[in-house]
Design a protein around this ligand. Structure first.
Ligand SMILES: [Zn+2]
Length: 308
């Protein structure tokens, strides 16, 4: 049986047998969204109170050490089942969904969140699960368990970045050789480079070059700050690389009316802004998002430099 079928079966059994997951996936159909219209593209804001634990997660090393790790198999609820992938990953249903199909894919080992040697596994997951977009949040880029390596995945066709890329209007092909393409986004409020290709070794090579160059610019970080979204379509991988400058915007730390509890990660930068508080959902505007993206992401030109 292929992975897509196994994961569909996993959803069927988990939504039936695991009450928390069953309730939370049914609530998702009632979740409120609103459109934010920017120049040439749109974003969606999603009011999702169940995501509070993730958006507001304390990820400093003291808080992390003080809590039992929710991704370690010994701490997971007995009712949560998984499907093994490669030597050391397990595909699980995420019980606090943003997507109609939302997966968490942790390592079996309690090791730090690092993409360096794991990028190929991300491509392999995308290939074996073509109905899903696989995403990675770096340790200071939205991961709520920076101490336990994991990917996440959500069903295709939900994040605007997919259709924005397919439209061909927002990114420009700046390199094309031996079947590998680099697409550079312009005026999308967040600097993005997209790698497209059919040979995984070529994508790994380009990614590793970027990683090495960006490491030199952020030498004090455990790894260069990045969000990555990847999927596989018609024999090609499409990988959106979003380098980061800071973890959380100033609005996150404000008090009272000035506060906006938005901690940007792959999903937000992919075009669906997750807001766990209703007040933020009601008041957020296009200008807030523009300001927040500018704070946490690199400019178009800075991203271009990292790949040249
Ligand atoms: Zn763990």
């Amino acid at each position: 049986m292929n992975y897509s079928q196994r994961i569909e079966d996993l959803f069927t059994s988990q939504l039936r047998d695991w009450e928390l997951a069953g309730v939370n996936y049914s609530l998702l159909s009632k979740v409120r969204t609103k459109r934010l219209v920017l120049k040439g593209f749109e974003l969606l804001a999603q009011f999702n109170p169940e995501r509070m634990r993730s958006s507001a997660a304390k990820v400093d090393s003291k808080s992390i050490e003080a809590r039992p790790c929710f991704l370690c198999s010994m701490n997971r609820p007995a009712v949560q089942k998984g499907v093994g992938f490669e030597d050391d990953l397990t595909i699980l249903i995420n019980p606090f969904p943003i997507f109609n199909r939302h997966l968490t894919i942790p390592s079996e080992k309690h090791v730090d969140q690092r993409i360096g040697t794991n990028f190929l596994s991300m491509l392999n997951l995308a290939e074996k699960l073509p109905g899903f977009l696989i995403f990675y949040n770096g340790p200071e880029c939205g991961a709520s368990a920076p101490d336990h390596f994991h990917f996440q995945a959500g069903n295709r066709g939900f994040l605007p970045v997919e259709s924005d890329f397919a439209s061909g209007r927002l990114a420009e092909k700046i390199y094309c050789e031996n079947g590998i393409e680099l697409w550079h986004w312009r005026n999308y409020l967040r600097g993005i480079m997209t790698i497209k290709g059919s040979a995984s070794a070529d994508l790994v090579f380009i990614f590793n070059n970027f990683y090495r160059k960006f490491s030199q610019i952020q030498p004090d970080k455990p790894e260069p700050m990045v969000n990555i979204l990847a999927y596989y379509q018609d024999g090609f991988w499409i990988v959106h690389i979003i380098p980061r400058k800071i973890h959380r915007p100033v609005q996150f730390f404000e008090k009272g009316e000035k506060q906006l509890l938005l901690s940007p990660a792959s999903v937000d930068l992919g075009g669906v802004i997750i807001l766990p508080r209703e007040e933020d959902f009601l008041k957020i505007t296009e200008n807030d998002v523009r300001d927040i993206f500018e704070q946490v992401c690199l400019t178009d030109d800075e991203v271009l430099n990292l790949f040249s």
